[in-house]
Design a protein around this ligand. Structure first.
Ligand SMILES: *[C@@H]1O[C@H](CO)[C@@H](O)[C@H](O)[C@H]1NC(C)=O
Ligand SMILES: *[C@@H]1O[C@H](CO)[C@@H](O)[C@H](O)[C@H]1NC(C)=O
Ligand SMILES: *[C@@H]1O[C@H](CO)[C@@H](O)[C@H](O)[C@H]1NC(C)=O
Ligand SMILES: *[C@@H]1O[C@H](CO)[C@@H](O)[C@H](O)[C@H]1NC(C)=O
Ligand SMILES: *[C@@H]1O[C@H](CO)[C@@H](O)[C@H](O)[C@H]1NC(C)=O
Ligand SMILES: *[C@@H]1O[C@H](CO)[C@@H](O)[C@H](O)[C@H]1NC(C)=O
Length: 535
């Protein structure tokens, strides 16, 4: 303890005895300067021995301190240092004061003064850290904005001239731009702008444009086939593989029962066609398309390569479109065949082929399952209709039954119905009254004569029934005897809607065709119908 006090005392004493005739210098000057700027640092010394030359030095501290300037004076303690600032001047500076010819007196130093050197931004370029400028979607794009020089730089990223905002997948931070999970929407021209400021001056530098291309992975292809007739009894299937999305080149491969059949690379489009031998009526196995434009392979569903020949019955059923006063103004006839994967349909009016679009009809081959003929019901469309179905082999063309249609035939139906309903109603009343009469007669034999009016009513009912039997809506006698079930259904459903409409007279909604929109659309499409409506 005593020793410690003694040492402390000695220290204090030595410091006191060593007190220098030189005071501590004060260094002043700018704390920030731009490169190439000329600045002045001033070093001031208040206490110094007179008539001794004093050396003032401006020193940059560091691992190896460097003298940036010296000033000697006999008559005072002030030194000025004029410097052109360089990048390397950044750091701590101090002023050192000493007596020039007297090394026995120790030099004194000022407090440290930090100088920050501003460098305007220059030489901006983009570095693609993630590698290639062309790549597939879902990869991460990493760009770095690099500057050859510049201090306190801030960065902005532009794509196609638009500022990139940070989002879930776009992450712009200082000199980096990350785009996670890229899509083809990220393709474009990228640029970064680097800026910095010094005393109200903004320095800015643009990078050159970097083109980034994000390619789409190919989507799952769709597979379909058409039958081609090569010679009279030699057929091939033309199989089409096509994808909706993907950046070419895309390689399409056709597999049959998991075996590669053929493959081709498409440079411009996303569709490939392959020819495969085909035997009609025979199952040729399962086909599949595969597509790839990277190491990822996409594939279609498995498709059975089989052409079933047309066969069975060909039937026609129809839907009506009603206009004003419940009259039938339009008709949709549908033709169907029982079997066959590749049927070809033909419609005939009075044995004349109806094809495409005419002034009162319109043929739509909706699907392999059925073909539709739309008609406007007027004078021109009256006649006998039938359809024929054949397949590519064209050896068996199956014909439907013939149906006579005209405006009167179609519109007679409701009257019949009214008759039918009224007839039934009358019959019921008659039966009830007959029962009553019989009862009365049984009880009271003196009233034995049948009422004249009652007889007349029975006769009337019989007449209605006859009219019903006429049901002349088809002229084809054969058709009449054996009404097919689907037709019968159609007529019945039509009837029931009409019954409703008759019983609740005046209610327009019940009278409309099965699908009101369909009939409206048809009115636009069919000038004939509109005319019909007007008349
Ligand atoms: C100090 O030393 C320099 C040379 O180191 C000499 O030229 C100068 O005359 C000396 N001045 C005095 C006052 O001794
Ligand atoms: C992007 O992905 C990287 C690495 O997977 C992750 O560190 C970063 O947070 C992601 N950025 C965004 C904006 O999702
Ligand atoms: C830098 O980019 C900005 C924004 O696109 C533009 O206004 C400016 O003119 C560009 N400067 C140079 C030198 O190309
Ligand atoms: C069928 O046609 C293809 C190409 O036209 C031909 O290569 C093949 O030998 C033909 N087959 C028969 C049985 O004619
Ligand atoms: C079709 O034949 C019927 C008679 O069977 C005839 O009334 C009708 O005008 C004919 N239609 C056409 C378009 O030739
Ligand atoms: C079927 O062959 C006949 C002649 O043999 C031809 O007139 C008709 O257009 C062919 N039909 C189809 C659908 O190929």
């Amino acid at each position: 303890m005593l020793l410690f006090v003694v040492i402390l005392g000695l220290c204090c004493c030595s410091k006191e005895s060593n007190q220098s005739p030189l005071g501590r210098p004060q260094l002043s000057g700018p704390s920030e300067a731009s490169v190439k700027q000329i600045v002045t640092f001033v070093c001031e010394l208040e206490t110094y021995p007179k008539n001794e030359p004093i050396l003032l030095q401006l020193i940059q501290k560091g691992n190896q301190s460097r003298v940036l300037g010296e000033s000697t004076s006999l008559s005072g303690g002030t030194g000025s240092f004029v410097k052109e600032i360089k990048r390397k001047h950044e750091g701590y500076l101090e002023c050192r004061a000493s007596l020039q010819n007297n090394t026995s007196i120790e030099a004194t130093v000022s407090d440290l003064h930090y100088l920050k050197v501003f460098v305007p931004v220059k030489g901006v370029s983009i570095v693609i850290k993630s590698g290639a400028s062309e790549f597939f979607e879902r990869t991460t794009l990493k760009l770095v904005c690099s500057v050859s020089e510049g201090t306190d730089v801030s960065y902005k990223w532009l794509m196609n001239g638009q500022l990139i905002a940070s989002s879930r997948f776009h992450f712009a931070s200082s000199e980096q731009l990350w785009i996670n999970s890229t899509t083809s929407k990220d393709s474009g021209s990228y640029m970064c702008i680097a800026t910095n400021h010094f005393s109200r001056t903004t320095y800015s530098s643009n990078s050159s444009q970097v083109i980034i291309t994000v390619k789409d992975l190919v989507s799952d292809p769709e597979i379909s086939f058409k039958v081609l007739k090569e010679t009279s009894d030699n057929y091939t299937a033309l199989v089409t593989c096509n994808s909706t999305r993907g950046t070419p080149p895309v390689t399409f491969s056709l597999y049959s029962n998991e075996q590669l059949v053929a493959s081709m690379t498409r440079e411009a489009n996303l569709e490939a066609e392959f020819k495969v031998p085909l035997v009609l009526g025979q199952h040729m196995g399962f086909l599949q398309c595969r597509a790839n434009n990277t190491d990822r392979i996409t594939q279609s569903l498995q498709m059975a390569l089989a052409v079933v020949r047309v066969g069975g019955r060909v039937t026609i059923h129809y839907e009506t479109e009603t206009g004003e006063a419940y009259s039938v103004v339009g008709l949709r006839l549908y033709c169907k065949v029982e079997t066959g994967t590749h049927p070809e349909y033909q419609w005939f009016l009075n044995d004349t082929l109806l094809d495409g679009r005419g002034n009162f009809y319109y043929v739509v081959h909706q699907s392999p399952e059925q073909s539709m003929l739309r008609l406007s019901v007027d004078r021109r469309s009256a006649g006998t209709y039938h359809c024929k179905v054949s397949d590519i082999a064209n050896t068996t063309a199956i014909s439907s039954r013939k149906h006579y249609l005209d405006k009167e035939v179609l519109n007679r139906l409701p009257d019949l119905l009214v008759g039918f309903v009224f007839g039934c109603f009358t019959l019921v009343i008659l039966l009830v009254s007959a029962c009553c009469c019989a009862g009365v007669l049984f009880r009271n034999k003196q009233y034995g004569d049948t009422s004249v009016t009652g007889l007349e009513m029975v006769r009337m009912a019989a007449a209605y029934e006859d009219e019903l039997d006429l049901s002349g809506y088809s002229e084809d006698a054969d058709e009449m005897k054996t009404p097919r079930e689907d037709e019968f259904d159609q007529v019945r459903s039509d009837e029931s809607s009409r019954i409703k409409s008759v019983t609740s007279a005046g209610s327009q909604t019940l009278l409309s065709a099965p699908s009101p929109q369909a009939s409206e659309a048809s009115l636009e499409e069919w000038p004939g119908i509109v005319k019909q409506k007007k008349t």
